[in-house]
Design a protein around this ligand. Structure first.
Ligand SMILES: *Cc1c(COP(=O)(O)O)cnc(C)c1O
Length: 381
């Protein structure tokens, strides 16, 4: 359905009209959230459609007849992890939402499918974004499909395979001396100079819309909200998107007021959200000297910090930092015991659960681990 307006995430009274290439709230620079007319989701109608994220098109920014820019993203499996349950002596079911099976090998494809669809419709002809790797690959692929020119700013130590992924989809890759926020500044300047539309995380409102479909699928697959979601967190679009989706699903009558505990898992070498959560802060300070082999988690400062912290607290969740070696062990456990193409980020999610169970936490229902991307895109370790 087409949006009615875009709402400022800091002050809901600020609205932006949706039929333009929107960035952030013009009043305070906060991310914008997409609002729709009341969403009706008929289970049978949706179940009869192909299993991609666009089966929830009533809750996505397209009109009835519009063809989205799609590669079949979403529709990923939710698999029970019985061998991990046994390994951890868990009394709750452990489920893995395996996002490695998306086009371009990560859940970034969901966000980019929605955002590129919208940018194309609203008249953009060129796209730019900074990326730790996976967002750039996804934007390059969807940009190619939409016949748009794509420029990606990547930190210069990004694994070669991720750089080549962007290049081979035809994107112009610029390597930056620094981290993703430095790349973000250069991408912003490039957008200003050339008129390319900036697709950086939360600098446009539609990547959240694509990523929120993970929650739609989860509810359709499980039939209820899980007890907890373990989410490897970088820029936070997935966490923020799913949190938004639960409100939409409640309004549509699919769930009641209960929410899963949202558990944000970060790398100990880059854990700005964990630190802010522990300090009781409303927003996060930049993490200096960020380092982790989980490239998707190497985000020292996120525009969505307040939104993430709000969601984690409102859900009764928590935020956990994981050491590199623990993350790598957990990644191997996911691969060796479940055959899931887990990346370091997926390993972080499992390690977060392990840490909570070891600390005596119990869950009164299934817990869901997000394996956000494939390991095959990273240099072998
Ligand atoms: C981008 C990325 C993340 C972080 O996702 P956000 O929703 O931006 O927090 C996690 N894992 C992988 C593999 C990623 O590419």
């Amino acid at each position: 359905m087409l949006p009615t307006y875009l709402e400022c995430s800091l002050d809901a009274a600020h609205h932006v009209e949706p039929e333009c290439l929107a960035t952030v709230c013009p009043h305070d620079g906060a991310p914008l959230l997409v609002r729709y007319p009341p969403i009706t989701l008929d289970r049978a109608t949706i179940a009869a459609r192909p299993y991609t994220m666009w089966r929830y098109r009533e809750a996505l920014p397209v009109d009835d007849t519009e063809e989205p820019i799609s590669l079949g993203e979403g529709g990923t499996p939710l698999v029970r992890a019985r061998r991990l349950e046994a390994m951890l002596g868990a009394t709750c079911e452990i489920l893995i939402k395996d996002e490695s099976q998306n086009p371009t090998g990560s859940f970034k494809s969901r966000g980019m499918s929605a955002a590129v669809t919208r940018a194309k419709k609203l008249g953009a002809s060129a796209l730019v974004a900074p990326s730790a790797g996976n967002a750039g690959g996804a934007m390059s692929a969807y940009g190619a499909r939409a016949a748009m020119s794509v420029t990606v700013f990547l930190p210069k130590d990004t694994p070669e395979i991720l750089i080549q992924e962007c290049r081979t989809y035809g994107a112009d890759v610029r390597l930056v001396d620094g981290l993703i926020d430095d790349a973000g500044k250069q991408a912003g300047a490039f957008a200003q100079e050339t008129g390319a539309f900036n697709m950086a995380t939360l600098r446009e409102p539609y990547r959240i819309e694509g990523k929120k479909t993970m929650a739609y699928e989860l509810i359709e697959q499980l039939g209820a909200v899980p007890a907890a979601i373990f989410y490897p967190t970088g820029g936070g679009t997935g966490l923020i998107g799913m949190w938004k989706a639960f409100d939409e699903l409640q309004a549509a009558g699919w769930i009641d007021g209960r929410r899963p505990k949202m558990i944000s898992v970060q790398a100990a070498g880059c854990a700005p959200i964990v630190r802010a959560f522990e300090h009781g802060d409303e927003k996060a300070e930049r993490w200096e000297d960020a380092h982790t082999a989980a490239w998707g988690l190497r985000v020292p400062a996120a525009l969505g910090d307040r939104l993430m912290l709000r969601a984690i607290r409102a859900s009764g969740g928590t935020a956990i930092a994981i050491e590199e070696a623990t993350m790598a062990d957990a990644m191997r456990a996911l691969r060796e015991r479940e055959g899931v193409d887990a990346s370091e980020e997926g390993g972080a999610a499992l390690a977060g659960l392990q840490q909570m169970l070891a600390g005596g936490s119990a869950f009164d229902g299934p817990v869901v681990l997000f394996n956000t991307g494939s390991a095959l895109k990273y240099a072998p370790r």
